[in-house]
Design a protein around this ligand. Structure first.
Ligand code: G3I
Length: 355
């Protein structure tokens, strides 16, 4: 009789010798209100990221108000499941309340005041989860697509020094945690070069950066594997880890053909762009499957450089791509469908692991 072959039953098991595999979680999942998703999370993943729960506006909505309950639930879940726990994110231009940058009259605060607010926030948040959160996205999306620094309030008020300070404060708050720079569209040659400059300039100042997070909000055809691969190599050559921190694949048509995750680049709802409301056609399902397969082939090829691959959501239900760049569409970017069932792409990813 032929011995039964032991096919892997989960993503985490399939890639256990390669890299962590994870998902970004929302409040309903970490509180247990979405039990089916929670099952999938426990079964499939060995790392988690907080989709919105640890962002400044969630955790620190007003100067003297911290709201830690959802984030505590998130960290507790990760500890119970012995997962690699990611913190996202300490310093970002988005989902950061206006008060952070303003005085009581609504005027921009001084550099000193803003640095002090940044330090207090990082100390309080990263300090609370010291020894529990394994890796922090310290600075998120500081670059424009052309590789120059984004004119965020952080840059305008503090100057370039804000990058260094964010990493210093995070290191001080939790010396053991891995500290990452995280961004989207890092496959673009100009942006890749910008990220290399950014990390190198921190390293030259004696700041230890542990990793670069390539978000990985991709389309069916773009970016090319060559561009993604060139960035994996370029970041790895800096001596840092590379993670794919927010992977999803958008199958819907896009009015401007834009890629990435520029949250402000939105369009009014138009039914003509909401093309698969009753289900994903087979032909597109196949394209999605092939795209996930080729991406994971690439990740597997570079598993010596890649530390973690995290999906930005669990099922199609909870993906941000149902609401970006157009609100209220039916999107299909994940490996699990709206019924919490694995798609053909899931099987293809498992196969990539076995190669
Ligand atoms: O909090 C309000 C809630 O009170 C209200 O009822 C609800 C109604 O729509 O909106 C809620 O806010 C939404 C928030 O997510 C929490 O669900 C915002 O409208 C929505 O814009 C926000 O979107 C998040 C986005 O970041 C904002 O920047 C997405 O969920 C989240 O997936 C996305 O994640 C980012 C990463 O952090 C960084 N990289 C890009 C990635 C995708 O944009």
């Amino acid at each position: 009789m032929q011995a039964a072959t032991e096919a892997p039953v989960s993503l985490k098991q399939a890639f256990k010798d390669d890299f962590y595999v994870g998902a970004a979680l929302n409040g309903r999942q970490v509180s247990g209100n979405d039990a089916k998703a929670l099952n999938l999370i426990q079964e499939q993943f060995n790392t988690i990221s907080p989709e919105n729960l640890l962002k400044w506006e969630s955790v620190h909505p007003q100067p003297d108000v911290y709201n830690f309950e959802p984030a505590d639930n998130y960290v507790t879940l990760g500890e119970q499941e012995d997962m690699f726990i990611v913190g996202h994110t300490l310093v970002w231009h988005n989902q950061t309340p206006k008060w952070v940058f303003e005085d009581e009259q609504g005027k921009p605060v001084s550099k000193e005041v803003l640095l002090k607010r940044m330090e207090d926030h990082i100390n309080t948040v990263a300090g609370r989860y010291k020894g529990k959160i394994d890796s922090w996205d310290v600075v998120n999306e500081a670059l424009n697509d052309d590789g120059t620094l984004r004119q965020s309030k952080w840059l305008q008020i503090i100057g370039e020094e804000y990058l260094q300070k964010a990493f210093e404060f995070a290191r001080q708050a939790d010396p053991e945690a891995e500290l990452y720079y995280n961004d989207y569209n890092l496959w673009k040659p100009e942006k890749r070069a910008g990220a290399v400059r950014l990390v190198r300039s921190l390293q030259e100042k004696g700041i230890k950066v542990d990793g670069v997070g390539m978000q990985g909000h991709y389309g069916l055809e773009s970016p090319s594997l060559e561009d993604i691969e060139a960035s994996i190599k370029a970041f790895s050559d800096l001596g840092v880890k590379v993670s794919f921190s927010e992977v999803d694949i958008d199958v819907l048509p896009n009015p401007s053909g834009r890629a990435g995750a520029d949250i402000d680049a939105t369009f009014d709802f138009d039914e003509k762009y909401n093309v698969y409301t009753t289900g994903l056609p087979d032909s597109v399902q196949q394209q999605l499957t092939a795209r996930y397969a080729e991406l994971f082939d690439l990740f597997k090829k570079h598993s010596d450089k890649i530390d973690r691959v995290t999906f930005w959501g669990v099922t199609d239900n909870d993906s941000w791509l149902n609401n970006w760049p157009i609100k209220g569409r039916t999107s299909y970017p994940m490996l699990f469908d709206r019924e919490y069932q694995p798609k053909p792409a899931y099987e293809a990813v498992l196969k990539a692991a076995a190669k």
